[in-house]
Write a protein that binds this ligand. Structure first.
Ligand code: MIC
Ligand code: SF4
Length: 657
């Protein structure tokens, strides 16, 4: 039978279930990646499983998020991750070597392989023809131990690309266009697969920009074929042996097809504060900007940054703009240092940041109050920059650099007219400067046994969830609206350094909803927990979108949250809730959402029975005096995990027979 790329990779990795959309399947995982902000928990859980050496072909632990090092926390994490990686047989990419997704693409990505990463932008690997999926750290820990990854067998949306990108129009504009069509809601259970004549015109890094930001659609992943472009990229990385062609069958059918003609595309921007609030740059042109940042795993490749350097050469940035550039990897930084591009950037007035996530995750460069910040990143959720009420626009490097020169949001197609700049077409280099000295190869098992894993005092082993209550007595601790992201639930920024200390980090759960002079969400929760009353979160559509951070389940669990009732819940977050024994319930009738108020006393009788064998559960709102039905959309395995009090307990039980 003719197959899509997605189904080709799935069928060669299927270990459980049937390849039919909507069915729960288990797939074997070839590679994993973890980063420091989710990796410490992942490795602590991995160690608790007692699994020894990893069973994957390749597992890599990256340090790229937490690099500011105010206080000992970050460095404690780095040392822990470095030693635990060596002990477990995991490659370790040191701080300064670059953003996990960019480095993984350059040094490890392999067409046709599966990659599971504890970061939602893992689908960046789809740019090199991998089936690359983001998940919670606990799921990645299981994969490192050799276990399958379970997912809903997806429907495939074929995105047909035709035409050719015009000068100053970028891969970022392709994904922004798609976000304007599909939005960030309602795409759970789908994968985006790109096809059509225009695909061969896009380089691997352009494809990776598209698959990276596909995460914002909420799809399971996004995939491109592996072809001549892939071969060229791998050859330039001196990894031609990793090349394998991968093409869609001619008469393969997609569940839905969307066509984007690249020739007709124009520069786009995601306006505050959602990646799908997309307008053309022309529509918002002229808006003054005081900060422009280029970087992140979406747009920090060699070709992106060389284009920026060429535009800047011999020019000076607008004096009202603060301008930072964070190269995606040390490889990119090194190449630009060697060919002089960094000098062009510095001379123009750019501030060169280290290779890492930096401002994308609120580590520095929080904008001033009320100013427009223009970023080439993938997320502009409110407050993510570290400034409340921030005004962040997401654009391509082309639009960013045009705006740096004018101080206003500027359509880059104006650059020839405004400054006489010709579009600098950057070719993929024939050979990259390869230097893997910051990637530590794990020692052989015997050698590794002697390694002492360093666990500084700020690293606290997370508490295991308690067993599910038979009958649940609870309170609606919080009622929130649509599109609540994991950034709302668990802020990063200045709190990011607390990732390996759940009791401390839990103090800022839902910090964005805390009001001065009123008890915080954490205080209200802990007070109830002491009285033996569980917490319930009531939410609207797409609850838990965005990051894969399992702390958005782990910390609420620590505070006593046992159930989330929402209109819909995003894929990774739903899995994280289950892994930490929080029951995800969806409203059968969405109107019931309006009848519940924050503070209502809720009751769920026979919860364990429902989780065991029912597709729905009755929830009694004792305060409002009504009852309603919630859907339990759970696989058999989900149910077993919940009944075993979470994935860690479940895995241990399985291992002990
Ligand atoms: C993000 O972009 O939000 C992050 C930080 O990379 C997260 C992971 C995390 O919260 O540590 C992600 O995308 O999963
Ligand atoms: Fe890092 Fe930002 Fe990419 Fe997340 S989205 S991995 S924080 S660069």
């Amino acid at each position: 039978m003719a197959q899509t790329l997605v189904y080709k990779i799935l069928s060669t990795h299927l270990v459980e279930g049937k390849l039919a959309a909507g069915q729960q399947i288990g797939i074997g995982i070839d590679q994993t990646l973890t980063q420091d902000a989710t990796g410490t928990t992942a490795f602590l859980l991995y160690e608790s499983m007692g699994s020894g050496r990893v069973k994957t072909n390749v597992s890599v632990s990256y340090i790229d998020h937490n690099m500011t090092q105010f206080g000992p926390e970050n460095h404690n994490d780095h040392l822990y991750l470095q030693t635990v990686a060596a002990k477990s047989g995991v490659y370790h990419s040191r701080a300064g070597n670059g953003i996990c997704h960019q480095v993984h693409l350059e040094r490890f990505g392999k067409p046709g392989d599966t990659l599971l990463g504890s970061d939602s932008h893992t689908p960046t690997g789809g740019g090199i023809g991998m089936l690359a999926i983001g998940a919670g750290g606990m799921d990645v820990a299981v994969a490192m131990a050799g276990g399958p990854f379970y997912l809903t067998c997806p429907k495939v949306v074929g995105v047909k690309l035709t035409g050719k990108l015009n000068d100053w129009v970028a891969a970022k504009d392709v994904i922004l266009k798609l976000l304007s069509i599909l939005t960030t809601k309602g795409n759970v259970g789908w994968v985006a697969e790109y096809f059509g004549d225009a695909v061969e015109t896009l380089s691997v890094t352009q494809r990776a920009t598209i698959t990276n930001m596909g995460a914002e659609l909420g799809v399971t992943t996004s995939v491109f074929a592996s072809d001549e472009q892939t071969k060229k990229f791998l050859k330039a990385q001196k990894r031609q042996a990793d090349y394998k062609p991968l093409a869609v069958d001619a008469d393969a059918e997609y569940d839905r097809v969307i066509e984007i003609n690249l020739s007709e595309l124009e520069p786009m921007a995601a306006c505050p504060s959602s990646p799908d609030n997309v307008k053309t740059v022309k529509e918002i042109a002229g808006l003054e900007t005081a900060q422009v940042l280029i970087g992140s795993c979406t747009n920090s490749s060699y070709t992106d940054l060389m284009m920026v350097a060429k535009v800047l050469k011999g020019r000076t940035i607008n004096s009202m703009v603060e301008f930072g550039i964070a190269p995606g990897s040390r490889e990119v930084l090194n190449m630009m240092a060697q060919n002089g591009a960094i000098t062009d950037m510095i001379s123009a007035g750019a501030r060169i940041l280290e290779s890492g996530c930096g401002p994308c995750i609120g580590q520095g460069f929080s904008p001033a109050d009320g100013v427009v910040s223009l970023r080439t990143f993938n997320r502009n959720f409110t407050g993510r920059t570290g400034t409340k009420g921030d005004q962040t626009y997401l654009v391509s490097p082309e639009t960013a650099i045009a705006s740096v020169l004018t101080g206003k949001i500027t359509d880059p197609r104006e650059l020839p007219k405004l400054f006489g700049i010709k579009y600098p077409k950057i070719e993929m280099p024939k050979e990259f400067v390869i230097d893997d000295s910051m990637i530590e190869v794990p020692p052989k098992e015997k050698q590794a046994q002697k390694i002492e894993v360093l666990r500084g005092p700020t690293i606290v082993v997370p508490e295991a969830p308690p067993a599910l209550a038979k009958n649940l007595k609870a309170k609606a601790l919080l009622k929130c609206g649509d599109k609540i992201t994991t950034d709302h639930i668990m802020p990063a920024g200045v709190f990011l350094k607390l990732r390996s200390n759940v009791p401390e980090y839990a103090k800022v759960v839902f910090d964005c909803f805390n009001e001065d002079d009123k008890p915080t969400f954490a205080q209200r929760s802990l007070e109830l927990k002491q009285k033996g009353i569980a917490g319930i979160i009531v939410a609207g559509q797409s609850y838990g979108q965005g990051s894969s951070r399992e702390h958005a389940a782990l910390c609420p669990m620590y505070l006593g949250v046992r159930v989330v009732i929402a209109k819909s819940i995003e894929r990774i977050h739903k899995a994280n809730l289950i892994n930490f024994c929080i029951v995800p319930i969806e409203f059968e009738n969405e109107d019931d959402y309006d009848k519940i108020y924050q503070g209502d006393n809720l009751r769920i009788d026979n919860l364990t029975k429902a989780v065991k064998e029912k597709d729905s559960v009755t929830i009694v709102d004792e305060t409002a005096g009504f009852e309603f039905v919630g859907k339990l959309e759970l696989s058999k395995r989900d149910r077993e995990i919940l009944l075993a009090a979470g994935l860690l307990n479940y895995t241990r039980k399985k291992a002990n027979g």
